[in-house]
Design a protein around this ligand. Structure first.
Ligand SMILES: C[S@@+](CC[C@H](N)C(=O)[O-])C[C@H]1O[C@@H](n2cnc3c(N)ncnc32)[C@H](O)[C@@H]1O
Length: 274
């Protein structure tokens, strides 16, 4: 990896001596913005759970489909929480293909992901990145990039895709604060790692090793707990379902054929007038 703003050596939890959630996910998606330490952990994950890369691709495909649904409903501004490394099918690319005037604010806590995002977004109108912990809702909403790009008096798409399982304390409280900041007609998109009961023993072992290596808290949640995250939002059909089963397109179905559901819950909610 050769991300500008990354100078080599140790970057603490976000550096080249520890794997990071953003970069291991990038390896699974076939990206190149990762270090040897990330590739080693991804290899161990794939050895224990050969479908891990399919799960990552299915999550990314859900993100693409959900953003498409929001665009179809006229949403033209997005806040992408836990956006990760810019990789295959970036949100701003999907948005700008449909609406060149669309706005996207990416938010991530990982300094390497943020540095790389900044580099890739240089010169891109209508998209910016904020380095913040998603638990710090105020600093995200007050950030100069958010104030410049996002008009909170109009509907916005809040994306919390594959990030809330990294938050152990009160994810509903975080989403509630974002809900309070948005107007009716806004959307919430969530995907979330499921519970060990829904996973193979090997997959559970991999997740635990991942937690130890990356230092990220990792909290499994049941389907009911993920449904509860949508308090105050009206769930769109088909509700909270495995990520590959949320309004799949033909090519998504082909990839999933006979391989079993993906152990990640997904749903999209609309903010009604209450
Ligand atoms: C698995 S990636 C998901 C990337 C993208 N949302 C997607 O689904 O394709 C999870 C991202 O969440 C970020 N993350 C984890 N905890 C976070 C926190 N508390 N605040 C902000 N970002 C966080 C990680 O750095 C990582 O980039």
């Amino acid at each position: 990896m050769n991300a500008p703003g990354v100078t080599g050596g140790s970057f603490g939890d976000g550096g080249a001596d520890h794997p990071s959630a953003a970069r291991v996910y990038d390896v699974l998606l076939g990206g190149s913005a990762n270090f040897e330490v990330d590739r080693r952990l991804a290899d161990r994950m794939l050895a224990a759970e050969p479908q891990a890369a399919r799960y990552a691709r299915a999550n990314r495909a859900f993100l693409r489909r959900a953003v498409g649904v929001l665009l179809d409903d006229g949403i033209d501004q997005f806040v992408d929480l836990g956006s990760g490394l810019p990789t295959v099918g970036n949100v701003h690319e999907i948005v700008h293909a449909a609406n060149p005037d669309g706005r996207v604010v990416y938010v991530d806590v990982d300094p390497v992901a943020v540095g790389y995002s900044r580099y890739l977004l240089a010169g891109v109108d209508g998209a910016a990145v904020v380095q913040a912990d998603i638990r710090d809702v105020g600093s995200i909403l007050e950030a100069a990039e958010t104030r410049r790009l996002i008009d909170l008096s109009r509907p916005v798409g809040v994306l919390a895709v594959a990030v809330l399982h990294f938050v152990d304390d009160d994810p509903a409280g975080i989403l509630g604060r974002f809900r309070m900041a948005t107007v009716p007609g806004s959307y919430l998109v969530v995907s979330h790692l499921t519970t060990p009961a829904q996973m193979s023993r090997e997959a559970v072992g991999v997740v635990r090793r991942y937690r130890e290596s990356t230092g990220s808290p990792l909290t499994f949640r049941t389907r009911d707990q993920v449904v509860d995250l949508f308090a105050g939002w009206e769930l769109l059909s088909p509700g909270v379902v495995p990520v590959d089963q949320w309004s799949p397109e033909p090519e998504d179905l082909e990839e999933s054929a006979d391989l079993g559901p993906v152990p990640i819950w997904a749903g999209v909610g609309l903010r009604g007038s209450v």
